[in-house]
Design a protein around this ligand. Structure first.
Ligand code: BTN
Length: 270
């Protein structure tokens, strides 16, 4: 990092990423774009043309970055991490990818924080520091049917050397590593740590590890009263647990218990 609070002189580009991540067996193909509409779309094209698990698409800027529920993801150049990773998991572990991704992102960001306990996961996979969103995860699955086979794409956006205050839509609810630390960090260092963490959690999942307990230990949602929107319906209750498939179990004031799938529900907590 620079001592004058400026952006580090290193920067993301194809060469720096490839030389930094070259020791990873997990990521076997890296595709870098200075600017692209969305890394999700590019990763999808690679998946459909038969690219293997471990293809990583990363961009310095996205012109149509998207989040869950088709919200836009602010993606200016020179500041943040925008990546999509192509995986080809067996169908039975696909629901747990949301835990893999959120735990990996939490782990990576935590390693840079001076106060590690400030970070938490808002169900299903918003990573927050002191209750403000620092990173988001979008997972898109295709269950195959043609020769390109089934695949999952984990998309991650991380606010790194970026000031959300310059963007009124997210100014209240978002933060960045730079805002949390008071100085900028190397995106390459964070990327390296992040890919290592994804690889670790994904391997653990493939080896049969149940990630629910670890996820629960990092959650700021369990044990709190929440409001959920599922389609046009609203629900309120105490978030009591997480099922192995990543669905959130809510207890309503009448005592009834229901589970809500992560893909379709939007959660509101204060
Ligand atoms: C969310 O919190 O709603 C998920 C945000 C996911 C954003 C990332 S940035 C890289 C990848 N490309 C996209 O267009 N979206 C994801």
């Amino acid at each position: 990092m620079n001592s004058d609070n400026k952006r580090p002189t290193e920067d993301l580009n194809e060469e720096s990423i490839i030389s930094r991540l070259s020791t990873s067996d997990f990521v076997n193909n890296i595709v870098y774009y200075p600017s692209v509409q969305s890394t999700m779309d590019e990763a999808r094209k690679f998946a459909l043309s038969g690219s293997p698990e471990g293809t990583l698409v990363i961009a310095d800027e996205q012109t149509s970055g998207r989040g869950r529920f088709n919200r836009s993801w602010i993606s200016p150049p020179g500041a943040n991490i925008y990546l999509s990773l192509l995986l080809r998991p067996s169908a039975n572990i696909v629901p747990q990818l949301t835990m893999v991704a959120s735990l990996a992102l939490t782990d990576a960001i935590r390693s840079f924080l001076q106060t590690p306990e400030q970070i938490s996961i808002k169900w299903p996979n918003d990573v927050r520091v002191l209750g403000k969103k620092i990173g988001g995860i979008l997972i898109e699955n295709s269950f195959g049917g043609d020769i390109s086979g089934a695949f999952s794409i984990i998309g991650m956006g991380v606010n790194v050397n970026f000031d959300p205050q310059h963007y009124p839509d997210i100014a209240d609810g978002a933060t960045s590593l730079q805002n949390s630390l008071g100085y900028s960090i190397s995106r390459l260092d964070l990327l390296d740590k992040l890919i290592g963490s994804i690889s670790q959690f994904y391997q653990a999942l493939n080896n049969g590890k149940n990630l629910v307990r670890e996820w629960a230990n990092n959650s700021d949602t369990l044990g709190t009263n929440v409001r959920l929107t599922w389609g046009h319906q609203a629900f309120e209750g105490l978030a009591i647990s997480l099922n192995e498939d990543g669905s959130l179990v809510l207890q309503s004031s009448d005592g009834s218990v229901s589970a809500f799938p992560s893909g379709e529900v939007s959660l509101h907590i204060d």
